[in-house]
Design a protein around this ligand. Sequence first.
Ligand code: HPA
Length: 247
Amino acid sequence: MGRLAVIGGSGFAAMGGLAELGRELPDTPYGPPSGPIIHGRLGDGEVLFLPRHGAAHSIPPHRIDYRANISALKACGAQRLVGLAAVGGIGARFGPGVLAVPDQIIDYTYGRAQTFFDGEGSEVVHIDFTEPYCADLRADLLAAAAAAGVAVVDGGTYGVAQGPRLETAAEVRRLERDGCDLVGMTGMPEAALAREAGLCYACCAFVVNWAAGKAEGEILMTEIEANIAACSDRIRALLTALAAVRA
Ligand code: HPA
């Protein structure tokens, strides 16, 4: 089944409950990843863990070297990647505190290195991305959630915004018209690069606020932080169940 890795997002610069067995900082053709890759034990299983924004949560979404991260995880033997994503909720089923395993993506980002295939003399490669997430890993995540007794929404379209600012209310209305259920900032090009690298990638999103204009008033960081805290035990339980699944 292949080695499991977790890419931690906001609220997951470190992963509580992960007993560290070692760490590696592989160099890649793109430079170093966001931080050292922790090899650890989570319950009965082992996982690799990489904080996407760095160990000090200091790398904003548009400055993350997604190619270095995917390449470094692959170099460490990862074959299955779960990207954790703190997101805003758009659709009625995706209120704060909800966990979701999205099944589609709309990419609104720009200016990010989107492909491994653009070096001098590199071949031109067009990956199939009809289904952007790995069906097997999505199924494993849903089964792990059921085993852990954690409620998750199966499916949803993740709109990936450039950030780092949050959206305007009009932008969220447009995302909604486009069919987005969730909005975050880091889902791309991570998912596409994983596909290019031949890795199985799925997303575990957790809703930390109603997207702009979907609730009264401003979006407050205190609200986001409280919802991260409210989700973290369930995410840990889900990942622990996932890690326990053996090849
Ligand atoms: N928009 C974009 N990214 C986010 C949000 C949001 O409302 N909440 C958490 N990440």
